[in-house]
Design a protein around this ligand. Structure first.
Ligand code: SAM
Ligand code: SF4
Length: 363
């Protein structure tokens, strides 16, 4: 093992250059990084893993992100929108099975009908769970007023990935128009934080044109923004998206996977008490991908509880796992996997970000 990685890991803070070196580490150096990040996780978070039952309730989207399989420009997608009763049934399943929290995610819409509907669903989920289920939402960019209404209706965590903190890179992976502006994304993250949400963000790892420096800057951005939760996963190309054209320039899937693990490990060292999700896309590359991420720093896992008949249509990327399992199968499988990763499931707990609590106290 090179001495310098060990020295970096003993420092109290990390420079951008240190981070780049850690992100490039291999072999014994990478192992040392993972040992350190697991120690930090155990010291600050413990063994507890929290569930968020994920309901991907609609693939209807008004946006055209150049990487995403359900972008509006992809005409070969069967669009679906799960009925409210089915969404509520899934939330009830999460409640009855002591998941503690649910995540509602979909393509982006901001029409009045959609905003009203989400507000109503949030209230209904609170009602059916005696106010006990925690609710995370991930519904893209909205006005401050909409975010506030959804917060008042019961959502308390929001996931909005920055995708890249580098504006130029962001512009290369999105169409050039007002609907896909980097400034708007930053403004939305600020709204969420100001309203009082536990604010989550993240990036895709291994997107075309991305450099190690970009990734190091992404991690520093998360720290600087004082983010409470992060979900990062490998980019996986989809053949019906414009970015597919650049597939020859991509790292191998396995390299994207390892780099994602190193990103999680470095983030855990940088931000010791935040929640870090183990992304589903990890499992698309390695069947034990999510468990590996839990071992080296992640503490949140999102079992898919979307009604099975629609799962195959929420294909952001190819080879998405678990599209044909029912929610029961998913829970059993997940429990076994977490035990294997030496984790303990925090059943019935919200599993809020500790960082959020200390941030609010300081404020
Ligand atoms: N529409 C909302 C939004 O964009 O925030 C929520 C759903 S969107 C599908 C959730 C995340 O999926 C995006 O933030 C993006 O990072 C990720 N994603 C989209 N296409 C992907 C791909 N090809 N590979 C990996 N992740 C992808
Ligand atoms: Fe729509 Fe989100 Fe996919 Fe962009 S990433 S096309 S906003 S679902």
């Amino acid at each position: 093992m090179s001495k310098s990685i060990q020295q970096i890991l003993e420092q109290d803070s990390l420079t951008k250059e240190n981070i780049i070196q850690l992100l490039k580490s291999t072999g014994e150096d990478e192992k040392a990084l993972f040992t350190k990040s697991s120690e930090v996780k155990l010291n600050y978070i413990g063994k507890n893993v929290h569930f968020r039952g994920l309901v991907e309730f609609s693939n209807i989207c008004k946006k055209d992100c150049l990487y995403c399989g359900i972008r509006v420009g992809n005409k070969n997608v069967d669009r679906y929108d799960i009925a409210d009763e089915e969404i509520l049934k899934a939330a009830k399943f999460a409640y009855d099975n002591n998941y503690g929290s649910v995540v509602l995610q979909s393509g982006e819409r901001s029409d009045k009908e959609f905003v009203d509907r989400i507000e109503n669903l949030l209230k209904e989920i609170k009602k059916l769970s005696n106010n006990e289920l925690g609710i995370t939402i991930s519904l893209g960019e909205q006005t401050k007023e909409t975010y506030q209404r959804w917060y008042d209706a019961g959502a308390h965590r929001y996931l909005l990935r920055i995708e890249s903190s580098n504006r130029e890179l962001y512009e290369k992976i999105h169409p050039k128009n007002e609907n896909h502006a980097h400034e708007t994304r930053l403004k939305c993250l600020k709204y969420l934080q100001d309203i009082g949400y536990q604010t989550g963000t993240g990036v895709m790892i291994g997107i075309p044109f991305q450099t190690y420096e970009d990734l190091a800057n992404d991690l520093l951005f998360m720290k600087e923004f004082d983010i409470d939760m992060v979900g990062m996963g490998p980019f996986i190309e989809h053949d019906e998206t414009p970015l597919y054209e650049y597939r020859d320039q991509l790292m191998s899937l396995n390299d994207r996977f390892r780099l994602t693990l190193r990103m999680i490990a470095v983030l855990r060292i940088l931000m010791k008490d935040i929640n870090i999700a183990s992304a589903t896309a990890l499992q698309a590359i390695d069947p034990l991908g999510r468990e590996k991420a839990l071992r080296i720093g992640a503490n949140i896992i999102m079992p898919n509880i979307t009604p099975t008949n629609e799962r195959a249509n929420y294909l952001l990327y190819q080879n998405k796992p678990c599209i044909d399992e029912g929610a029961d199968d998913c829970t059993n499988c997940m429990e076994a996997r977490i035990n294997m990763a030496d984790g303990e499931i925090g059943y019935g707990e919200w599993g809020d970000s500790r960082h959020y609590a200390s941030r609010r106290k300081d404020a």
